[in-house]
Design a protein. Structure first.
Length: 753
């Protein structure tokens, strides 16, 4: 399966988005299509063996719209020139039409005041009362300003569908052609005892207000993607390369992997890389959300778009273009913004039948009022009001706009949310499962104790360290790295190893100097039949101090015991306290022995500990928690955490961890700070609350507005909703939904610790 993002043109409402979804999903080979009305994009998953982009684009064209793919190479360039020109042209066209419509509508409104108020107003020129003058003024507004409504309605009609443009075209046309008939044949009304009133101002003002609302809506929707534009704007434009001993400034697009780049104080780091010379502190806040500058020295990684603070240094480029961290963040945010939250499903179902239902209600309204009262004017006003006030746009924008702002805000805080479903589900989390090493702790264990068995032939400590470190050098486990670093600090020379073998969750073994060396847990030693009684007291002492005890056996006999300590992250205690105050159950999951695990759990404030869990058991352990009826989030950083991250309802990967763990997760915490979990949950709650507000307003607006427009209050109060008021309400209903979503940009994580 391949994924692609298509930029769409021609949509005017949520019904259009639904029509495009149906058109693309009908293409053989398309697995899934999600159209984001707010972003004007379609995210398509398809089988390249069965279809291609050309076929998908043809389906969109056949539906009356247009689409073109967003190329990966344009990812970090933002909107391309063609799209910018299109937006500018569209904005100018709307502004021209709103200006012309506004002037004409004002003149028509003044001319219609005597009819609307029943009063003689001497200051208004008599010629403005003339219906022929009003006809001449209204016609350009109806058919030039309102041209797009007719064109889009015709496109929808050809595919046996109806959209918001259909409602607007029907409503304004009804007012216009009724007035035209009254202007051409006034005697028809006079002979029936009716006044040949005209409603030209209604058609003109409604079209103008809707176009004005669409102009405001476009500008407001543009602000919802501000987070992506802000991220794209972070990247440097040029890089200072060192080539043949000379400094050369080149565009960032020309930087290649392996290039050596010089960065001075105050400059942005162009691409990702590894420091090879010099040292400095770097502000990584724009990527990680952290406010504290990070020290960098040779061997450390640097992230493109971050800012060098104090010193100069050289680094070698390791990732460029779309492979950089910033580019991947932008891609993930775009992916999330193009997804659809489950809460939107009800609105989607309503939108599918919304326009046909409104047309049916409008026809029924006309029939009822005309048959009951026999007043064609009253029937017309109510019918036009129903057609004009109905707004599927508010329903279509309610969720995607909030999701776009919420995921963008997450990225600003160093939280990458892969999809709207994850953003929605995060607020329902009941249990947080935290991996210990690299999640609660810093993931940089250190050997603090080395105890040798006294009185044995191989009690020489340096010799034992050499044997242990030589074998562990072949392992990727953090504890193995700690042992190797300890040996290097003791200036111990490592030897070659034969027949190396790693036993997941237990330990490692290998042959050094023709001697069998086995290093691992006490459980594994017991399985191997190796007696550990000689150092049992030392093991209990180390575990009481919260250290991990690692056994060393040579030729089947215990020869030493190592105590390894992994410092707790400075913010872990605060984060866990905050999670508990949010009402969440916090569980620690680790493969470490129970005494050590419980010691660390006590220190950070965790009551429930799942210890001595092997890597292959982690996913099953999460599944067991889910079987208790809980919504479970798993937080981890290692390769062995990936199955558990995938099994959990929400997988949260520490961004400083492995690529496999990040790929298996739903949310990535770039900084590795557990307080980001609290921020992610608070952001999810704020976003869902915002979506619920939007949906409530959108549903209530239509549920209340349509009956009022239909004249339900007329028998009681003798009052009808003026179609002009209905048009204004419809025009600004969707704007209000977008503006409410934009309030999320002010989101700030609350301290609950």
């Amino acid at each position: 399966m391949e994924n692609t993002i298509l930029k769409l043109r021609g949509m005017s409402c949520a019904s259009c988005a639904r029509g495009i979804e149906d058109a693309i999903n009908s293409v053989p080979g398309v697995n899934e299509c999600i159209v984001n009305f707010g972003a004007e994009q379609a995210t398509v998953k398809y089988d390249p063996k069965r279809t291609d982009l050309e076929a998908i684009q043809e389906a969109v064209n056949a539906a009356g719209y247009s689409a073109y793919p967003l190329q990966e190479q344009n990812l970090m360039a933002g909107e391309d020139d063609a799209e910018k020109r299109h937006r500018l042209r569209e904005s100018r066209d709307l502004m021209r039409k709103v200006t012309v419509g506004g002037i004409v509508s004002t003149v028509l409104l003044i001319g219609s005041l005597p009819m609307m108020t029943g009063l003689h107003l001497p200051l208004i020129p008599v010629w403005l009362h003339n219906p022929w003058v009003q006809l001449i003024l209204t016609t350009p507004v109806q058919f030039w300003c309102g041209y797009s409504f007719y064109i889009n309605s015709w496109k929808a009609f050809k595919r046996h569908a109806a959209t918001m443009d259909t409602l607007i075209a029907l409503g304004t046309s009804a007012a216009y052609f009724y007035s035209l008939f009254a202007t051409l044949f006034p005697s028809f009304f006079i002979n029936q005892g009716l006044t040949p009133d005209v409603y030209y101002e209604t058609a003109a003002i409604v079209i103008t207000l809707i176009l004005l609302g669409r102009l405001f809506e476009n500008r407001a929707k543009g602000q919802t993607s501000q987070a992506i534009r802000k991220l794209i704007g972070l990247q440097a434009k040029t890089a200072r390369l060192i080539r043949n001993g000379r400094e050369v400034d080149v565009p960032i697009e020309e930087v290649e992997i392996g290039d050596v780049i010089l960065v001075r104080p105050g400059e942005k780091i162009p691409v990702d890389g590894e420091v090879i010379e010099g040292a400095s502190t770097i502000d990584e806040g724009m990527v990680t959300g952290e406010s504290v500058a990070v020290k960098k020295q040779p061997g450390d990684e640097v992230i493109g778009a971050t800012i060098n603070k104090t010193g100069s240094f050289k680094f070698r480029a390791t990732r460029v273009g779309s492979d950089t961290v910033l580019a991947q963040i932008v891609q993930l945010v775009q992916q999330a913004q193009g997804s659809k939250a489950p809460i939107q499903r009800l609105a989607d179902q309503v939108t599918r039948w919304f326009v046909p239902a409104v047309i049916a209600i409008a026809i029924l309204t006309f029939i009822i009022w005309y048959n009951i009262i026999g007043n064609v004017t009253l029937a017309l006003i109510t019918t036009v009001g129903v057609l004009i006030i109905a707004c599927p746009c508010a329903l279509g924008l309610a969720t995607p706009t909030s999701v776009m702002v919420g995921t963008g805000k997450g990225a600003e805080n160093g939280i990458l949310i892969k999809g709207a479903e994850s953003l929605e589900l995060a607020h329902q989390i009941q249990t947080i499962v935290l991996d210990k090493t690299g999640t609660i702790t810093q993931g940089k264990p250190t050997v603090t104790d080395f105890v040798a068995v006294n009185g044995t032939l191989n009690s020489n400590e340096m010799k034992l360290i050499q044997l242990a470190a030589s074998v562990e050098r072949n392992s990727e486990h953090p504890l193995a790295e700690a042992i190797v670093r300890y040996a290097q600090s003791q200036e111990v020379r490592l030897a070659d190893v034969k027949d190396f073998q790693a036993v997941a969750g237990s330990g490692v073994r290998g042959i050094v100097f023709e001697r069998l060396v086995q290093i691992g847990t006490q459980r594994w030693m017991a399985e191997l039949g190796i007696d550990t009684q000689a150092l049992q007291h030392d093991k209990e002492r180390l575990e009481y101090l919260g250290k991990t005890a690692i056994w060393l056996a040579v030729d089947g006999q215990i020869q030493g015991l190592m105590g390894i300590s992994d410092a707790i992250k400075p913010t872990s205690i605060q984060a866990i306290r905050a999670l508990r105050k949010l009402g969440l159950e916090v569980v620690m999951l680790t493969g470490d022995n129970r005494p050590t695990a419980e010691s660390i759990a006590r220190e950070v404030g965790i009551e429930r500990v799942l210890a001595e869990v092997r890597p292959e058991q982690k996913a099953a352990t999460v599944q067991k928690l889910q079987s208790e009826g809980k919504i479970v989030a798993m937080v981890g950083d290692g390769i062995n955490d990936a199955p558990a991250l995938a099994q959990a309802d929400i997988g949260m990967a520490i961004g400083t961890g492995t690529d496999v763990a990040i790929a298996a997760s739903d949310i990535t915490l770039i900084s590795g700070d557990l307080r980001s979990i609290v921020t992610a949950i608070q952001l999810s709650r704020a976003t869902i609350r915002n979506i619920q507000q939007n949906l409530f307003f959108a549903f209530i607006y239509n549920i209340v507005g349509i009956p009022i427009a239909a004249g339900i209050l007329f028998p009681i109060f003798g009052w009808l909703l003026n179609p002009i008021v209905a048009g204004a309400a419809m025009a600004f209903s969707s704007v209000s939904v977008v503006m409410n979503a934009l309030r999320l940009r002010k989101f700030q994580a609350k301290s609950v610790a």
